[in-house]
Design a protein around this ligand. Structure first.
Ligand SMILES: [Zn+2]
Length: 184
């Protein structure tokens, strides 16, 4: 067994038994990181594996969203918009559907309409771990977000296809569009 370097503290050590390596300098047990060839603590290996899984998960979501953007766009009502991208930095990729901008709100003092605004959007998150698409609606007037539920509201709804998710998203956004509370 050749000498190895502890990647946790940089100490060089001689190893008698590669199945039980302990760094005498930092006291940590070390395992081989298959990816980098470094000897690291089990906690560090777990952290790296979690990080790699997350990165893979994000990449899979990017590919899924890309593959379904055209299909979803066809289902968009006139004047509505759709875009794909990460919901936030470091998150999965999703499709975001927005209703057409509506006039408003009225200025509190003068009653004049001050401009146009998108009153609600829906975020379609692609399947992971065998689950279906999820849909979350954000009402920007009332500043609330809610996932679409199934089974009488006990669990988040899962849609087997992007078409089914789009159908659900468009239906709920139409309700938001017609809700007079969003006109004020
Ligand atoms: Zn060490």
């Amino acid at each position: 067994m050749p000498d190895i370097r502890c990647a946790q503290c940089g100490a060089d050590l001689t190893v008698a038994n590669p199945h039980q390596v302990r760094c005498p300098q930092c006291g940590l047990y070390l395992v081989l990181d298959d990816v980098t060839g470094e000897w690291i603590s089990p906690a560090e290996r777990d952290r790296r594996q979690r990080e790699a899984r997350t990165a893979q998960f994000i990449e899979e979501s990017r590919l899924t969203v890309q593959a379904h953007l055209a299909e979803a766009t066809v289902l968009l009502p006139d004047g509505w918009s759709i875009e794909s991208g990460q919901i936030m930095d470091g998150s999965v990729h999703a499709l975001t559907v927005a209703v057409p901008p509506q006039p408003g709100p009225a200025d509190a003092a003068t009653g004049a309409i001050t401009g146009n605004r998108v009153i609600a959007i829906a975020t379609l998150t692609p399947p992971s771990d065998g689950l279906g698409w999820h849909v979350e609606v954000s009402n920007r007037v009332q500043r609330v977000s809610y996932p679409l539920f199934a089974g009488g509201g006990v669990r988040a709804a899962e849609y087997a296809t992007v078409a089914a998710a789009m159908d659900a998203a468009v239906n709920v956004l139409r309700i938001e569009l017609s809700d007079p509370r969003n006109r004020t």
